[in-house]
Design a protein around this ligand. Structure first.
Ligand code: HPA
Length: 293
């Protein structure tokens, strides 16, 4: 229990944010989390200041292939930002408050808007591999069984005990993504519901069928915990799923979900996804999720 004492988490985040701010002059207002195979976004950041996760106090280490495991500070289209090149997942064995610790550190550093990307399996039968789904809502499966990032004593310095989640994915930012995609001539943007599972095994056919029936358009193993914590702390959130594979729904199918396919699809669509995000960042007006500028 002592490990999830609210005071300890807040103090840990404070220590980490103060350490980072004392090692860089950048004061980020935009936080970015790069999903599997999508770390190239960090390369668009100008005048980068890079910290390996292993050098940052209280940070876990990233253990997943395709995740560089470093924090990159700099400017993207003139906006001061900080980018996680590699995130933490439940399946790596971290307690959920460690998975989301960087998001709270971002909050304490002054981040107002979060942009998150992930790789996901497509459940919606209209989606093609290579489509990009703007997340409009989520289903938090681990949360149903009590593995929720806000479990434990609530620290009001982050947010309220019972946060409303009906507007977790900011409507204006979603519209901005559609506008940016139209401007760039991208015809692969979808919008839908993302379901998070703990992983690390990919879903069975029966599980994919169930998730689809429950209203999920894509399935993955990340993002939702981070969005819950960011929204709780008053940051605006925007998230994208790159559909890297079609979830297998049919017992006659010979398809098999695998991590190599996930990384390969990331490579071919990554550049366009990066352009979309950077164009959105260029147009960001800063305001918190209470609506005030
Ligand atoms: N399932 C879960 N996570 C994933 C998938 C998938 O099919 N593809 C990429 N991440």
């Amino acid at each position: 229990m002592s490990e999830i004492c609210a005071e300890t988490i807040y103090e840990q985040c404070r220590t980490t944010s103060e350490w980072l701010l004392s090692h860089t002059d950048i004061r980020p207002t935009v936080g970015i989390v790069c999903g599997s195979g999508l770390g190239g976004l960090a390369k668009m950041i100008k005048d980068p200041v890079v910290f390996k996760y292993t050098d940052i106090p209280n940070f876990p280490e990233s253990t997943v292939p395709g995740h560089a495991g470093q924090l990159v500070f700099g400017t993207l289209k003139g906006k001061p930002c900080v980018c996680m090149q590699g995130r933490f997942h439940l399946y790596e064995g971290y307690p959920i408050h460690k998975v989301t610790l960087p998001i709270r550190v971002f909050k304490l550093m002054g981040v107002e808007t979060m942009i998150l990307t992930n790789a996901a399996g497509g459940l919606n039968q209209d989606y093609k591999v290579g489509d990009v789904m703007v997340i409009k809502d989520h289903i938090n499966m681990p949360g149903f069984s009590g593995n929720h990032p806000l479990t434990g004593p609530n620290d009001e310095r982050f947010g309220v005990r019972f946060p409303c989640m009906s507007n977790a994915y900011d409507r204006e930012l979603r519209q901005a993504a559609h506008d940016a995609a139209a401007e760039l001539g991208y015809d692969f943007l979808q919008e839908g519901v993302y379901c998070v599972l703990a992983g690390p095994s990919f879903e069975t056919i029966a599980e994919c069928r169930m998730l689809h029936k429950l209203g999920a358009d894509a399935v993955g193993m990340s993002t939702v915990h981070e969005v819950i914590v960011a929204h709780h702390a008053g940051m605006r959130c925007f998230a994208l799923s790159l559909i890297t594979n079609a979830a297998v729904m049919d017992y006659d199918s010979k398809e098999k979900a695998n991590h190599a396919e996930v990384l390969e699809t990331g490579r071919y669509r990554a550049e366009q996804l990066e352009k979309l995000v950077s164009n959105m960042v260029a147009g960001l007006q800063h305001k918190n999720n209470n609506g005030s500028l």
